[in-house]
Design a protein around this ligand. Structure first.
Ligand code: PMP
Length: 351
């Protein structure tokens, strides 16, 4: 049985919006577009709708992620992929999404918007996943299992064999979503190519982090063609705008990919340097090892660190008040100069 059988019946019955693709040289009288460039200005083509789906960009992303183009749906950031999955698989009041806190909060937020239940299986004390506890918490309501690896905000990895064990155990019953937003900063391999083996595995990737295109809003859902077709029917036609398509396509040129790779190597080197330097600061109690572009840090007195950094014009993500992440903050790895600025501000603190 296809995993799409567990999707919401209304979504299974949907067909993709029948957006027409028009030949480039046709006289376009079929889409109610303006005939002239905006403000009669530069001929940038923005008076025309983009392609309903950016197939050229999808093919380039497929090559990057080592999957077939039919395994890719291009979305407005991977955030939108999360939203589409919840909307396609969770019925209001009847189905659940399972999350493993501390973890990226958007899974819970989109599940709540949809009226789905949220089941929590907390990570263990050292931020490792407990696969047995996770599987024990699953039942017939569990439609989505969100696994974040590397995990935001802990920077930890879920071992590949544990993820695949969960995927296999929940075959035909739950969709396992592996969010790999930060994978380029880790020493693990993506599970994306495995979507051809496991129909209930979905991988999320994004151009927002390693590819430095957060402002463009471009992500990918990578899944079996059946799941992609389902999500495609939910995604708005013309979702990806022409400027996003062109900036994403140019970011995927061999030259720009090589530049991004070297930038990632620098970020990793800075992460390791900052980790050692922060651990030596008086105000710091603990720095966790990270496989992402941020560090999770516990301070002896987060409130006073936060006040001090605010005054210095430095923003960090504080988890003040969080039960598990008490006195912790997530700090993004920046350029060498900006990391030095952060270190100077924190070194000045004695508590
Ligand atoms: N997943 C994780 C784990 C994230 O931390 C983020 C953003 N911080 C996203 C997904 C969403 O990223 P985007 O929508 O920019 O692709």
């Amino acid at each position: 049985m296809s995993i799409t059988a567990i999707a919401r019946p209304e979504i299974r019955a949907l067909r993709s919006y029948d957006a027409e693709t028009t030949l480039d040289d046709a006289l376009r009288l079929n889409a109610n577009e303006a005939p002239q460039a905006p403000g009669n200005g530069a001929a940038n083509g923005l008076n025309r709708y983009p392609a309903p789906r950016p197939l050229g960009l999808a093919a380039k992303l497929a090559a990057l992620y080592e999957v077939d183009p039919e395994n890719i749906l291009v979305t407005r950031g991977s955030s939108e992929g999360i939203d589409l999955l919840v909307r396609a698989f969770c019925r209001h009041g009847l189905d659940d999404a399972l999350v493993t806190p501390p973890v990226f909060s958007l899974y819970r937020i989109y599940a709540s918007v949809q009226g789905a239940g949220v089941v929590e299986v907390p990570l263990l004390d050292d931020f490792e996943l407990d696969p047995d506890a996770l599987l024990a918490a699953c039942d017939e309501r569990t439609k989505l299992i969100f696994l974040c690896s590397p995990n935001n905000p802990t920077g930890s990895i879920i071992p590949r064999d544990e993820i695949l064990r969960i995927v296999k155990s929940r075959s035909g019953k739950s969709v396992v979503v592996v969010d790999e937003a930060y994978i380029e900063f880790s020493d693990t391999e993506s599970l994306a190519p495995q979507v051809s083996q496991f129909e209930n595995l979905v991988v999320l990737r994004t151009l927002s982090k390693a590819l430095a295109l957060a402002g463009a809003r471009c992500g990918s859902v990578i899944a079996s063609p059946a799941v992609i077709a389902l999500l495609d029917a939910v995604l708005a036609p013309y979702a990806i705008s022409a400027p996003v398509i062109s900036s994403a396509e140019s970011a995927l040129s061999a030259r720009q990919l090589a530049a991004a790779e070297s930038q990632v190597r620098q970020t990793i080197a800075e992460r390791e340097r900052l980790s050692v330097e922060l651990a030596g600061c008086k105000a710091v109690e603990r720095v966790w090892p990270s496989q992402a572009n941020f560090l999770l840090v516990r301070f002896s007195d987060l409130a006073s660190v936060k006040r001090h950094l605010d005054a210095a014009g430095i923003a960090i993500r504080s988890f003040e008040g969080d039960q598990v992440l008490q006195d912790c903050a997530r700090i993004t790895i920046a350029s060498q100069d900006d990391n030095d600025r952060l270190l100077r501000a924190i070194r000045g603190l004695t508590c």
